[in-house]
Design a protein around this ligand. Structure first.
Ligand code: UDX
Ligand code: UDX
Length: 454
């Protein structure tokens, strides 16, 4: 099928490259010339394992352009995957989505095109996009006679760092539209994924248990709500284990054992039960906030979702309090933070706990040094004011340091030769922000080990 993807961020790029890999003819449109140039040169503007390899494997079916007129005409499906950042009141800022929809409508010419919202948009946005498309289409002097289009929602569940795996071998595919013909087109588009008939890329073998992928084909509003409800649930699952983790610390229980014990209950499940400084990233914070904002338009409270947010914020504060109660005085202390990215295998810094913890520490007069194996360059670009706090070397972080906080669970930190650095520190305190270091081993190496949770 002929596919156009508007926006080559995490979601758009992964969608475009994966669909091209599956054999569809894909044009990716992005207004950012620099990004398009990079992608044309086979380079990936984001750090995502496997993406550059997949770009090569899918190259013959992939075109990158800044022009809607090159991508939209003739397309069976147009995905819109532009960013939807949070406005100050928590509602998503839909400016980019509006302008993308207007531009798409100016180039539509096919007999039937499905315009798919891939961006996470408030419930009801499908109808809104539909209205924008129709208004913009109606302004065209050159609008073709035999041209129909319909809006659908196809929420994205990929995790950054696992984007290709999650796209090729998803737990489910959700499509929503009030037009059965649009659902049929998407069903066709996703056949190779649903039936798992494609040969996987050389670097990403098919998991043994993936034989077919369930398809949830529903109405527009339900598909839109599924995305929010799923992310809010995952966020509250993590906040839940973090809340229990703090209690575990107080009563002398071991949260690792507790999490294992509850996760083995199949109704609960073991994933997303890892305690620590909490969640960050582009989705959980934004989506929980947006869900609450949508509900408030209906004068409806969502106390559970709000509590998940509050607990998550509190975890960041608890990290600082732990350091304060250990060091007594934070003023003038040097604190090293290992990891700036919101999680491993990405250079994404959005809503990263490290940024908040660093700011809280600086506000209390501490000197902060940050390190990240991958996200350093992006950090310098996006947070120039904080750039002096970044250290390219681990020596620079540990040297004369009063306490280290493991913030991001990068493999490099788990495998670190911790013994080599202990002697550099002024006081060898380590706060395990992800509850992943072996306490006995750390103590043997001479560290004073503090857990985030019990
Ligand atoms: C995605 C989803 O879009 C968002 O709704 C979800 O909540 C998080 O994941 P992401 O892919 O990370 O966001 O967005 P981002 O990295 O900001 O990329 C958006 C891209 O769209 C950028 O490359 C931007 O240049 C491009 N864009 C934006 C356009 O091409 N046209 C526009 O009109 C606006
Ligand atoms: C998430 C959803 O998983 C994905 O389905 C959705 O489409 C987009 O949002 P992502 O933001 O890439 O994906 O990251 P994810 O792997 O879900 O992690 C989110 C955050 O939760 C990270 O900061 C991670 O460190 C934290 N986390 C995750 C925990 O603190 N504990 C856990 O057990 C799992």
């Amino acid at each position: 099928m002929k596919v156009c993807v508007v926006g080559t961020g995490y979601v758009g790029l992964t969608t475009g490259v994966s669909l091209a890999f599956l054999g569809h003819e894909v044009t990716c449109v992005d207004l950012d010339q620099e990004k398009v140039d990079m992608l044309r040169g086979g380079r990936c503007p984001i750090y995502e394992p496997g993406m550059e390899e997949l770009l090569v494997e899918a190259a013959q079916n992939l075109t990158f352009t800044t022009s809607y007129a090159e991508g939209v005409p003739g397309a069976d499906v147009v995905f819109v995957a532009v960013q939807t950042p949070s406005a100050p009141d928590g509602s998503p800022d839909l400016r980019y989505l509006r302008s993308a929809a207007e531009s798409v409508a100016q180039s539509l010419d096919h007999e039937f095109t499905v315009v798919v919202n891939k961006s996470t948009v408030p419930i009801g946005s499908g109808n809104w996009v539909d209205a924008i498309l129709r208004d913009s289409f109606a302004t065209r002097a050159d609008r073709p006679e035999n041209c129909e289009f319909s809006v659908a929602s196809n929420p994205e569940f990929l995790r950054e760092g696992n984007a290709i795996h999650d796209t090729l071998f998803p737990d489910r595919i959700v499509i929503g539209s009030d037009n059965p013909r649009a659902l049929e087109v998407l069903n066709q588009l996703y056949r190779p994924l649903i039936n798992q008939t494609f040969t996987p890329p050389s670097f990403q073998p098919r998991p043994d248990d993936t034989t077919a992928v369930p398809l949830v084909s529903t109405d527009l509003a339900s598909a839109e709500l599924i995305k929010y409800a799923a992310n809010a649930f995952l966020a509250l699952k993590i906040s839940y284990v973090n809340e229990i983790g703090q209690l575990a610390g107080k009563v002398g229980a071991d949260i690792t054992e507790v999490a294992r014990g509850i996760g083995l209950d199949q109704r609960i499940g073991s994933r997303f039960l890892e305690p620590g400084v909490g969640w960050g990233g582009s989705c959980f914070g934004k989506d929980t906030k947006a869900l609450i904002a949508t509900a408030s338009e209906y004068k409806y409270d969502m106390p559970i979702v709000q509590a998940a947010r509050d607990v998550n914020q509190r975890q960041r504060e608890i990290a600082v309090e732990r350091l304060q109660s250990e060091l007594r005085i934070l003023k003038g202390r040097k604190i090293g933070l290992l990891g700036v990215a919101f999680k491993p295998n990405t250079d994404d810094l959005r809503d990263s706990p490290a940024l908040d913890i660093a700011s809280l520490l600086v506000a209390r007069g501490a000197r902060v040094k940050l390190h990240d194996p991958i996200a350093g360059d992006r950090f310098r670009r996006e947070y120039p004011d904080m750039a002096p706090h970044l250290s390219d070397t681990l020596d620079g972080v540990f040297d004369d340091c009063d306490a280290i906080v493991l913030v991001t669970k990068w493999a490099q930190y788990l495998e670190l030769d911790w013994g080599k650095f202990v002697g550099l520190m002024r006081t060898p305190i380590v706060l395990d922000g992800r509850n992943v270091l072996d306490q006995e081993r750390m103590e043997r190496l001479g560290y004073k080990y503090i857990a985030m949770a019990g």
